[in-house]
Design a protein around this ligand. Sequence first.
Ligand code: SF4
Length: 1041
Amino acid sequence: MSSGNSRKSTRSKPAYKKGTEKPDTKDPSSKPPAVPTDTIRIANELNHQTYFIGGVKVHFPFKPYPSQLGMMNHMIKALSQSKNTMIESPTGSGKSLALLCAALAWQRDFSEKNKKRLAMVRQIIRKYVVGGASVPFLPNSNKDKVDADIGKDDPDVLGSGDVKSDLIVKPEPGARKSGIENLFETVACMLPDASATNKDTSLDTKDSKKDTGSSHLDCNSGSDSDSDFISKKPVEQTRTSQDSQKTDSSKTAEQKDSKDSSIEYQLTFAYLKLSSTVNYIIQASEISIPAGLTEKDIDVLKDFKDNNYAQSTPRIYFGSRTHKQVSQLVEELRGKSAYRMQTAVLGSRAQTCTNYNALNSGAIDEECRYLVDENKCGPYRQYHRLSSHSRLRPGGNLEIWDIEDIVGLGKSIFACSYFAARDLAATADLVFCPYNYILDPGVREAAGIDLRDNIVILDEGHNVENAAREAGSIEITDQQLGILVSECQMLSRDGHLPSTHQFVGTFAEGLANWLQDGSDEYDYQDFDSLTAVWPKRGASVQNLFDRLLITQAFITRLDFVYSELEDFAKQQRADKEEFRVNELISFQRNGKGNQEEDNDDESSGGHRSKYNSLSPGCMRVIGGLLRVLKQMASPNEPFYRDYRIAKIRRKNTAAANKTSSNNKRKRTNVAVLSVPDHINILAFWAMNPGVIFSEISSLTRSVILTSGTLSPLNSYASELQMPFSSTLEANHVIDPSRFAAMSIEYGPSGTLLEAKYQTINMLDFQDDIGRALCSIAASCPDGMLVFAPSYSLLSKLFARWGTTGIFDTLDSFKRIYIEPQGGPKDEFETLLKSYREGLEKDRVPGKSLPQGSIMFAVYRGKVSEGIDFSDYFCRTVVNIGIPYPAFKDVKVTLKREYNDSRASLEFMHELATPDNNMLSGSLWYEIQAFRAINQALGRCLRHKNDWGAVIMLESRFSNAWNVCKLSKWIRNYMRSFRTFDDAMSELDVFYKTRIAEDEAAAAAASLSSSLDSTTAVNTPVPISEKIFKSEDPDTEKISDD
Ligand code: SF4
């Protein structure tokens, strides 16, 4: 029996939401794929090679670089051992492709091994039963009794594993099936089909051959009704004389049928009680090996038990920092790998909504929830049609799809891509999403991401420490609390759960009053805000909770109330749905509805008043508060000390804008809405990313964290407060001779190049930085990037250079571009386009100077992450200063203090372990700066044949302590120069050598192509070779399949 068949035959009908339409089965586009997709076939077609890495067969498009082999090996090992790992590999080293191929190869291998193991166990149990042994705990011999005996929540029923995925059956979109229906579907897959039965033991072979006409449990029959699981009675036939003569033989046959039925019944039960049966046989074998079995069989059962019985194949959640980076991953999978499976990409409503009016409403999330609740969105009613579309399923031409693909298809069939993507993600083998979807518990739940026993890969993971702390934090304004109070009052007044809404409303009102009360002493002040923070000297968090009447009993009650409100909202939606259905029926019968339709079209502007449960925004406020309160309310909670509570009073910039516009409006008598001068904010700031990662770590099978800039790795692991069994720092694929890494202590005029707070205002420093850049720009071909710690430093430099003529000198060597601070995304895109186009035009032979462009940008800015400046788009990255986070920022100060106190506490109590040694505040602070530098340095040198220079105009890099915090590929080759002239002499030689090499290579390529074109006249290249040959020159095999 092929598992593919079993899945097909046992897949239950899709669950459709009430009020939604079933897929249009007449639509030819929604038919199942005609040709099943096959990774091996595609790998052969694409001429991919197969490698055995860590015992797993991996298809790869070309001979992997050693760093790629190392990454794949490392990853497969971690996945096999269910461990977390951290991999740093420089940008351009083929990291994404290696990770995708290794993860998918391992997933495939896991699934196949699991299937084989399950099939062997099945055979052993069959041998055990037909050998005459009884199955333990067997109930009465009828199916109804089995239904009764095996409760739907029986944990043993699926063999101690919720056997989902391709082993058994995948849950239908949006619905977790349970009960006897699911169990019997499960068993249908686990039981042998007719052909498999024929190949069973000798006794079995004989019987089953006779029995095929009344096969009970044939998964390949294509039927998934329960009748498949009940022995079909032999057709009654009128006895003839001939029959009479066969009475004896018939009796024998009936006895055999009866025996077969009994065996099949026992097998049904044994497979349902898989783990119990396996345990029973193992225990029985300790006295003596049961009849029909061998010691080898018992070993197989023991191995099955040790491997946690029949496991589901883990789903892979692959997260990257932004949607753009997610798209690059999808492209990598689609364009370069041979792996094909069901995929999904999760995006926001703003990206995927196919309802034009909702999209342009200005508040898409709220509008969508309203339209869905009110059944007023046409595309929503069609989303199942999109999620079951054959083009998006394995074998379809969009089987690996990106957001623009599903949105395009959704628009063409008027179906919602947002809900279709979620539907597809519920059953996908590989789900792509930005990593905040995985980190943020609220977003995770809303997106339907289930991490249990699955795999999480976080690419571009250098920011996850910050992202996790943000995901674990919450900020609530007094305006949000005001809305919550008024909604609670309205619902309570209208008789909807009055006491519950009063409880929530009173609590919210108390918080809002406290926020607006200015009697607390503020601890921090900057130009637009005042902040008070707890715990503080003389006032612990407990003191604050006592003031706000937040007790353990209160939190327990709030937890209960939140569940009650969720249930109430669900019930309200269900009631509305029922009402709509009744109205429809009544309309069809009588030509009119039971009740007059409310005049609630959107033009009335009053439709929001039809909510009779709390709005989603208010539910998010309560849910977020509850989550943090539960984590920090008691000293027994693991994160009791890991939050800081802040009360912030901030100037309302909207009020200033309003004032200026109000001045104009006064003349036109337009009613002026009151806008408060200040916003009061209640913040719960998570200081420890472990708040998020401890849960993720406990839920998942493995977490793989990767980036080009995780260094220093050990400290990063301790920052995340998550156990990583191993770390890998891969080398760059570029030959060291193709890049120059240098630090320079003194500028051309002998000024110490140290961009500290005290020195950046000195004119000598500013001038020498300018002169140094002019010299480098004159020597460096093509593109050049310059990173500075802040926009304010850049402004100072430009102002000075404008008066000294340095700016003009620089301009004579290169076109100058400056990264805009803030502003619309389009503005930056246009600037970037212009930068690139200028460099492309420079390639035109005979073009006169200036040759090249220079882009000034800041660390952690738009240019420093996620943009590829390969080849001539960037031949040099220059770094000015060390970009430490803003020293006076309240959150930075609190984080430093927290780390110091936590580190000393751990030291005092000897709590520190290799996985749990908190960095000191100052070390954490330093590492933030060096990670930003590493990120900026990774903009150039993007592939094996690239070349370039990285130059630190900063004397502090003559200190080895600072160099060791850089990524491995730089730190090992960093050279320190005391004088600028010495450094420039080296740099000149480097540029000239590389340019000469490029020219020689171009001349050789030109000669070769002219020879090729002559040869091609006589020797046509086969089309398959043109299409499928890898572009990489080193395509020789390491080891064949
Ligand atoms: S259901 Fe889909 S199409 Fe309709 S408003 Fe929401 S996101 Fe848009």
